[in-house]
Design a protein around this ligand. Structure first.
Ligand code: FDA
Length: 307
């Protein structure tokens, strides 16, 4: 049994319990400040501005996911449109991320398509790139269909994410190839059963490099979204050995995680983007960050003991 993955599974399984949610919401203010840019769009834009000053570009993300009714999905879409219009006015690279379940994927694919289409109609003419985040395994199929449908309708400033912990991902990669996708590659952040995902960190890392190298060899533009120094070094080494220029790929990290590494990579001439989440619905995002890092759980527990 791999302890990292067992820890993650434990945290994500208890995170849904009301008492745990109450505890984290009252005791994790420091963590929220570290990982979340703020509750308002203005705060997020300020963080993005500061990152730009350090040579790191922002991926703005309105927090919110797994919406349960159409009204909520439409309300999120309104706020995403507001984000798209605000980002479009900035002089820096324009880039947002969103979750399909935020636009109602769980209610109906038709609704998610309709709402995403309207976002893309606003975003594309303004040069705003939209990344569809990838959620847990039951939502992967629908997300891939959503991505393909939008590409078939002619939208091009749209990217997808693949997760190296899922067994299915290599097949998904080859199915996507004809679309020449702009890929974000991640290890995967959700609690997945052993029937669908690797539970061994070494295998997840190996798959990450395997898929990333395949994608680079195919000439795809890849965003390597990881903080893992070993994987980052291997991507750099491979790209150099293959004569792939620094413009052919990029690195992405989360706001609040290894900021010095973000700046260093940018200084070395790589494109670096930081994922900047904002909004009131930070709880699920924060529990995934706690699940990635036992020290974060210790911080919450320590604050509890401190009274
Ligand atoms: P790993 O977890 O092995 O960590 C490597 C090192 O990074 C750690 O030793 C530590 O030093 C540091 N680190 C990692 N996480 C940290 C944290 N929370 N706090 C402090 N330090 C930390 N997932 C998904 O399923 N769908 C998605 O769409 C996305 N999107 C996405 C976008 C971007 C820009 C990033 C960076 C990540 C995602 N992810 C994601 C999350 C991803 O799947 C993964 O859970 C995290 O990136 C953590 O994994 P690492 O690759 O960093 O490796």
């Amino acid at each position: 049994m791999n302890l990292d993955l067992a820890y993650r599974s434990f945290v994500l399984s208890v995170a849904g319990k009301k008492e745990v949610e109450r505890l984290i919401k009252t005791r994790a203010r420091g963590l929220v400040r570290r990982y979340v840019a703020g509750e308002s769009l203005e705060e997020a834009l300020k963080v993005a501005e500061a990152l730009e000053g350090e040579g790191v570009h922002a991926i703005l993300d309105l927090l919110g996911e797994m919406v349960k009714d159409e009204g909520e999905a439409r309300a999120f879409q309104e706020r995403i449109l507001e984000l798209v219009r605000a980002v479009a006015l900035r002089p820096w690279p324009k880039y947002v991320s969103l979750k399909p379940s935020q636009l109602g994927l769980d209610l109906s694919e038709g609704l998610a398509r309709e709402l995403l289409r309207e976002v893309l109609k606003e975003a594309e003419p303004r040069g705003v790139f939209v990344r569809l985040d990838m959620e847990d395994s039951p939502r992967v199929e629908g997300t891939l269909r959503l991505y393909k449908a939008m590409r078939e309708e002619g939208f091009s400033l749209l990217g997808i994410v693949l997760q190296s912990y899922l067994f299915r991902t290599e097949k998904d990669f080859f199915d996507l190839l004809p679309y020449r996708p702009n890929l974000r590659l991640v290890k995967g952040a959700y609690r997945e059963p052993k029937e669908v995902a690797f539970w061994d960190k070494r295998l997840i890392d190996a798959e990450f490099l395997h898929l990333g190298k395949l994608a680079l060899k195919e000439g795809l533009y890849v965003a390597f979204a990881t903080h893992d120094p070993r994987l980052i070094a291997e991507v750099k080494r491979y790209a150099e050995a293959m004569g792939i220029p620094k413009e052919g790929f990029e690195f992405q990290m989360l706001y609040g995680v290894r900021p010095e590494a973000q700046r260093r990579l940018a200084q070395e001439g790589y494109t670096v983007r930081a994922y900047v989440p904002y909004g009131k619905d930070w709880y699920p995002y924060l529990t995934r960050r706690i699940a990635e890092r036992p020290e974060n759980l210790l911080l919450v527990l320590r604050s509890l003991l401190g009274g």
